[in-house]
Design a binder for this molecule. Structure first.
Ligand code: PEP
Length: 249
């Protein structure tokens, strides 16, 4: 019932020519895998070029979004601008936004609601730091990030929201959460969603895992009952490795 979603986050990487070539390759794989959704979040400056080769099945996303439609917000991008560039999804609350740029739950909630207002599907990223995990605060942190991130968000269609559980200590480090650790966090988040939304809505919201997902570990992660997809950084930057992740068994 939950269509798997494999999402690539290109962060601040690739030239225009590289972005276009990689997107064309990924579009071909997406077209060949109709039972799963494939998304990429290129740098904003590459969206127009990537759109030309994305085809019907490759979903484009922004890496962040402003809560306002327009105005004096230097350095931000409007949800309308993302829509105009063909985006259907947008990442909000990525750990790099939280920890390098100090975005808090309140700001992330504003971004998420701004995205929803304009018809973009937000991917709300949540996850604990190593210090929080070591002090047994993981579930407390996830609880707060989900509740505050989804404050004032009503949902009548579970496809309009995606959550990504990304332990901060696993992003870009080569360390992956154990499959049991990941599944445990996903079950916790799904229970939390069931407390916030109707049962059928909570059951239909996709929860992705992110944190050093690669060709070697994707099959085991995707075999977990509550892992509905992956948010992939490093391994989404090469056509070969991202294709293998998309084609998880
Ligand atoms: C990410 O950017 O969300 C991410 C999970 O990165 P990586 O796969 O490189 O750990």
């Amino acid at each position: 019932m939950r269509t798997p979603l494999i999402a690539g986050n290109w962060k601040m990487h690739l030239s225009l020519a590289e972005a276009r070539a990689l997107a064309a390759a990924v579009a071909g794989v997406a077209a060949a895998c109709p039972d799963r959704e494939v998304m990429i979040a290129p740098p904003y400056t590459a969206l127009a070029a990537v759109r030309e080769v994305a085809g019907e099945r490759l979903i484009l996303a922004g890496q962040n979004v402003c809560w306002e439609e327009k105005g004096a917000f230097t350095g931000e991008i409007s949800p309308l601008m993302l829509r105009e560039l063909g985006c259907r999804m947008v990442i909000v609350g990525h750990s790099e936004r939280r920890h390098i740029f100090h975005e808090d739950n309140r700001m992330i909630n504003r971004r998420l609601r701004g995205a929803l207002r304009q018809g973009l599907i937000p991917i709300l990223c949540i996850g604990e730091t190593l210090a929080e995990r070591d002090s047994a605060k993981t579930m407390e942190v996830l609880d707060q990030q989900v509740r505050e991130g989804l404050d004032q968000v009503s949902l009548s269609d579970p496809a309009r929201l995606v959550i990504a559980y990304e332990p901060v200590w696993a992003i870009g480090t080569g360390k992956t959460a154990g499959t049991d650790q990941a599944q445990e966090a996903h079950v916790f988040v799904r229970r939390l969603l069931a407390a916030l939304y109707e049962k059928n809505i909570a059951a239909g919201i996709r929860i992705l895992y992110g944190g050093s997902v690669n060709p070697a570990n994707v099959d085991e992660l995707m075999a977990q009952a509550d892992i509905d997809g992956a948010l992939v950084g490093g391994a989404s930057l090469s056509a070969e490795s991202f294709e293998r992740v998309i084609r998880f068994a």
